[in-house]
Structures are given as structure tokens and as C-alpha cells.
Design a protein. Structure first.
Lengths: 447, 176
């Protein structure tokens, strides 16, 4: 059901109040009246009104002063000013002070209808905006960071405490641990959440491209610069900029970046106008920046400028208790996106996942689960659906022999100990494979 | 709805046939007896020389104060230009859910808009406005159905667009 719009009429003339009251009641609005500004302000303290129609000339506090007070109470109030003595100055002043519109008494019935229609449209747009904002918040929630381990709880605590500040943050952690997700969580829980979150993958761009990407460029600045283009710093105005793989930027870019971070101003490539932007910097790296500073490959001053807060995300192998939760999360995610019924996971498969090293961390686990849902039987994810054997890195392998033994075992298990197929996959003849089986005393996994 | 009686009170000169046609339409719409009476008010008391119009608010109150025995709802019919202090003009007005309404035919003739006289338009617009205002006295608010007689009309063109009948929702609200 549509919301019933409420209107407060503020006018010292009883006949005006009565006229408007009758007119709006016939339109089905909830209408209240106040004969002066003081009474109106008292009513506004205890009641909410969508639209306030107020006369400018009233004894005591005038309409313009009341407008200021209403706006200081509720910035998005819709206040329509009425006057019998229209002057351009008062109209301009009312609109400057935040009035929604300004009308001269008496007005045409059709104008009044249009005025209220526009105001109600504004109210419904504001309501829609509010509900969309709520949706955005739910999309970017910290809940997207999955984990019950003490390590993850620490990360969440750090995210929540740092989000409210404006400090620069460096997020460290191995590749695939979810550094961008943490950066988004910081942004979406900060006062900047309704402004852009701009992400730049520094490692993917050459020095000149990165410069143009970050600062923007003017038309004709270089071959192919056919149009003026805003840079990422400009796009991130009032929001946050996420610089991923910050350790990969060149020494020249480090100098440029330091200057921008200190002044929050920059010049587009090929331009001469200084542009200022209010952004928060969040960086991420999988390198040890401190040792890079010691080696002289990363500027110390830039390091200290960026490293106001450091959040370290532990690798997945150090929080294996989170694996079942993450597996459930990814199963739900992909089953929903593929429009499939939720599948379960075999306990042996889950156990094997918890024993696995995951050099690619959560990203690798996510890809494994997605693949298992695509190639699986649609009911249960089993060991055979997980491409664990394809990973060439084995933490247990301390020598070439250990690695060879483990690798041959995985291939044999994969082909169900069919010697011919396993030998073909290993690109050796059957005799060599038998020889290796004997040498390493290999047996089928279920024996 | 079981309405006892509606009274149309003419304040000014209207042809008998014209009033009867309006009364017939009201009777058919609200399914209740409609009587026609003649009323007398000194309109000079309600005249605003600055606006050269008649104050609809005070006229409505005046009609409401008059006694019409046996009448459940009363509509005063005028032929003068009505206004309310905040608006440049009105076609009519009513006490929502009350007993009294007023309507004026002043702006319903084609001549008022520099067009060739056509009594059919005058009668058609008058019927719709009278039913509309009486609808308010029965508690109906403006309806968004484009053809419903309870749709808000700020110009005669708007009145011409709509039907002279209540839509099914408004009829249901009145339990007609």
C-alpha cells in the first residue's frame, strides 16, 4: 500500500489554513495546521511531516527563519514557501536556504496540484534511494569475509575499528587470501561508503599506463589519447582508492604517489590544471614491504605514509578450521548462481581439503568448489571431483624422490590404478611405471 | 449506504428543467430521493472587491448554517465566481464527510472561455461537479481512476475528460 503523505500547513491566516486543509484532505493527505512558526517547530519535534507549506510573512518568527531551523533539524525536509508579496530577493533567499519551491498567493489550483505532485515524487525518490542504499550495504557487508578462526576474528575486529577512520591501510597476505574483499569491507563500513570504491591493479599496468590510469590524461597527451579522461584518483573523490600490488610500482611512480598522498592534488598527464580529490588510500601487497625498504627498492617515506595501519590476512593453511565454512559458502554461492539445488560434500573430500596446502589460498579453494559443482554429479562433491592432484606443490615433498612418489601416487589414484592410462598420463612406458611402483612401494589409496 | 435525502438548493436563477436534469443524475448515482429548493443569501456579504470574486469558504459555512429539514446532504448551487484565499478560483467545495457542499456554474459555460455557447457542455460539467462535491460529503476523497467523477479536476478540460459516474472502487466504498 502506498504511504500516506503528511502535510503541515504553517500560516497565520486562518482562512488560508482552512482552504489548504480542505483542499488537501479531499486529496487524501494527512494534514495538520499551525498558526505560527513556534507552534510548527514544536509539532515537528514530536511528529514527522513529509511536506511543510509555510508562509514567509508571519508575526514573530518569519517563514525564512523557520525554514533554517527546520533544515537544521532535518536536512532533507521538503519545505514550500508561500508569500503574498513576492520579490525576487526573498525567492532567491528561500531557495538558497533549501526551500523545495516558492509560490505566490493566491495560486492556480493546477499549480498547487503540480507542486504537491512534484514534492511527492521527490519523497518517493528519496524513499527509493534509501532502500537502494540499504541493499548496497547488505551487498558489501563484512559478512562476506568468511571465517570463525581466531585469526579471521582478529582481521574483522581490525576492519571494524579502522573503517571509521581516514587512515591509510596496507593489507598484507599471500595471493588469494581476500585482500580486496577486506579493502571493500573497510570502505563499505566507513563514512565514505556511499561514494566510489575504485580499484587499481598496479601490477597489471606499465609505468606510463599506470600514470595515465591514476592521474587521467588530457586529449592529445600521447598517441591514442583521443579524449580527456578522468584518472582513478579523481573518480575516487569522497570515496576510497584500492591500490593492489603496490610493491610492483616503479621508483618514479613511488615519488609521484607520495606527492599525491601528501597534497591530495595532481595534474592529469598532458594537462596543466591542478585537480584536487578527497580519497582514502587502501593498499595491498603479498610482498614484505619492510624488507624492500631495507633493500632500497621501496621508498621509506612512502612506506610510512601508507603503513598507518597494517592488516595481515593469514594464509588458508594457517586457518584450516575455516575451510568447512568457506566450502559451504562457495557451494551456496555457485549452486545459486548456476540455479542448481545445493550439493553436499563428502567428509573424506572435506578432510582432504583441510590437509591440502592451498598455495593459491581462498581463490584456489573457490575455483576447486566451482569446478566440482560443474563437473560433479549434482548430489555430492566427492574426492574425484576435486583437482587436488593437479597441484604440483606438495608441502610434504622434501626431496625429488618424495615429490616423484607423491605425484605418481596421485596419477595412479586418479586413473583407478589403470597402469596403461596412468603411464600414458605420466608419459612413461608401463615397465617404467611398474618399476617406480615397486621402488616407492605404492599401493591403491583404499588399501 | 442508505441515504435519506439529498437537497439541491439554488442560490440565483437557474432554469427548472436544468435543475431537474441535475437532480435526476444525482438520484441515479446515489440511489436516493433528491429534492430541489430555492435559497436566498445576500451574496454581497461574500464578495471580495479586490478579487472581484465570492469567498467559497464563508459561503460554504453560510449554506451549512441554513436549515433544510429532512435533508441528509445539501448542495448549494451558485452562478458566481468562487475563490478560496489561497487559490485563484474553485469550481466548488465540500465538508469532507460533512453535510454541506457548494458548486458554481460560473466557469462551466463555453462562453467563459471565448467559445461558442453549448448548453450540453454546461449541463454535463454541472452534473459532474455536483456529484463530485456530494461524493466528498459522503466521505470520498479524490480518486486516481481517470474516468471516475471523483478524480480531481482543476480545469474544465479535466471535467470533460472524466465520466459523470463513480468508479467501481468509489461505489464499493459507499456500498452502493
Amino acid at each position: 500500500m502506498a504511504k500516506k503523505i503528511s502535510i503541515l500547513i504553517v500560516d497565520d491566516e486562518e482562512s488560508v489554513r482552512d482552504s489548504l486543509l480542505n483542499w488537501f484532505i479531499e486529496d487524501g493527505f494527512r494534514v495538520e495546521c499551525a498558526e505560527n512558526a513556534k507552534k510548527a517547530l514544536t509539532m515537528l519535534e514530536s511528529d514527522q511531516f513529509d511536506i511543510i507549506l509555510a508562509d514567509i510573512k508571519m508575526p514573530g518568527m518569519d517563514g525564512l527563519e523557520m525554514l533554517k531551523r527546520i533544515k537544521s533539524l532535518k536536512r532533507d525536509s521538503i519545505v514550500i514557501m508561500m508569500t503574498a508579496f513576492a520579490t525576487v530577493d526573498t525567492a532567491v533567499k528561500a531557495l538558497k536556504d533549501g526551500a523545495f519551491d516558492y509560490v505566490t498567493k493566491p495560486f492556480d489550483p493546477d499549480d498547487l496540484t503540480h507542486l504537491i505532485r512534484n514534492a511527492t515524487k521527490q519523497i518517493s525518490l528519496a524513499d527509493e534511494n534509501e532502500s537502494l542504499k540499504k541493499k548496497v550495504i547488505s551487498l558489501e557487508n563484512v559478512e562476506d569475509l568468511i571465517g570463525n578462526s581466531e585469526a579471521m576474528k582478529n582481521v574483522l575486529r581490525e576492519v571494524e575499528s579502522v573503517a571509521q577512520t581516514n587512515s591509510s591501510v596496507i593489507i598484507t597476505g599471500e595471493s588469494g587470501t581476500g585482500k580486496e574483499l577486506v579493502a571493500r569491507a573497510i570502505h563499505s563500513n566507513s563514512p565514505r561508503k556511499f561514494f566510489p570504491f575504485v580499484s587499481v591493479h598496479c601490477g597489471a599496468l606499465t609505468e606510463s599506463l599506470l600514470e595515465s590510469e591514476l592521474f587521467g590524461h588530457e586529449k592529445g597527451a600521447f598517441t591514442g589519447a583521443m579524449y580527456n579522461r578522468k584518472g582513478r584518483f579523481e573518480m575516487a573523490d569522497s570515496g576510497s582508492i584500492f591500490l593492489d600490488e603496490i610493491a610492483t610500482i616503479s621508483t618514479k611512480m613511488q615519488v609521484e604517489l607520495l606527492r599525491v598522498l601528501e597534497s591530495k592534488t595532481f595534474i592529469r598527464v598532458g594537462g596543466n590544471k591542478e585537480i584536487s580529490s578527497d580519497f582514502r588510500v587502501i593498499c595491498a601487497t603479498n610482498k614484505d614491504l619492510k624488507s624492500m625498504v631495507e633493500k632500497g627498492t621501496f621508498r621509506e617515506d612512502l612506506f610510512y605514509r601508507l603503513n598507518v595501519v597494517n592488516i595481515h590476512i593469514p594464509p588458508l593453511r594457517e586457518r584450516i578450521e575455516d575451510i568447512p565454512l568457506l566450502v559451504d559458502y562457495f557451494i551456496n554461492k555457485y549452486c545459486t548462481s548456476m540455479n542448481r539445488a545445493p550439493v553436499a560434500i563428502d567428509q573424506s573430500a572435506l578432510k582432504r581439503l583441510q590437509e591440502f596446502n592451498f598455495p593459491g589460498n581462498i581463490r584456489e579453494l573457490e575455483n576447486m568448489i566451482e569446478r566440482a559443482i560443474v563437473v560433479g554429479n549434482g548430489k555430492k562433491i566427492g574426492l574425484k571431483d576435486l583437482p587436488l592432484e593437479k597441484t604440483m606443490v606438495n608441502p610434504a615433498a622434501e626431496s625429488l624422490d618424495d615429490f616423484e612418489k607423491s605425484f605418481i601416487q596421485q596419477i595412479l589414484d586418479k586413473y583407478g590404478w589403470n597402469i596403461s592410462r596412468a603411464a600414458k598420463a605420466l608419459k612413461v612406458d608401463r615397465v617404467t611405471l611398474y618399476h617406480k611402483i615397486k621402488k616407492y612401494d605404492l599401493k591403491p589409496a583404499d588399501q | 449506504m442508505n441515504l435519506q435525502n439529498i437537497t439541491l438548493v439554488s442560490f440565483g436563477y437557474f432554469e427548472k428543467d436544468f435543475l431537474e436534469k441535475i437532480a435526476e443524475a444525482v438520484k441515479n448515482e446515489f440511489r436516493c430521493p433528491v429534492s430541489i429548493k430555492e435559497g436566498h443569501i445576500d451574496l454581497s456579504d461574500f464578495y471580495d472587491p479586490a478579487r472581484r470574486q465570492y469567498n467559497g469558504n464563508t459561503l460554504l459555512k453560510q449554506v451549512d448554517s441554513l436549515s433544510f429539514p429532512g435533508s441528509a446532504k445539501t448542495l448549494g448551487l451558485f452562478n458566481v465566481d468562487l475563490f478560496i484565499p489561497i487559490l485563484t478560483f474553485i469550481f466548488g467545495q465540500a465538508f469532507l464527510g460533512g453535510q454541506t457542499a457548494i458548486a458554481s456554474l460560473h466557469r462551466f459555460s463555453n462562453e467563459h472561455y471565448g467559445m461558442i455557447s453549448d448548453d450540453r457542455f454546461l449541463l454535463d460539467r454541472s452534473r459532474k461537479e455536483v456529484i463530485h462535491e456530494l461524493g466528498h460529503t459522503l466521505g470520498l476523497i479524490h480518486c486516481h481512476t481517470p474516468t471516475c467523477v471523483m478524480r480531481s479536476s482543476t480545469y474544465v478540460e479535466d471535467i470533460d475528460q472524466k465520466d459523470q459516474h463513480l468508479c467501481s472502487n468509489c461505489r464499493a466504498n459507499l456500498e452502493l
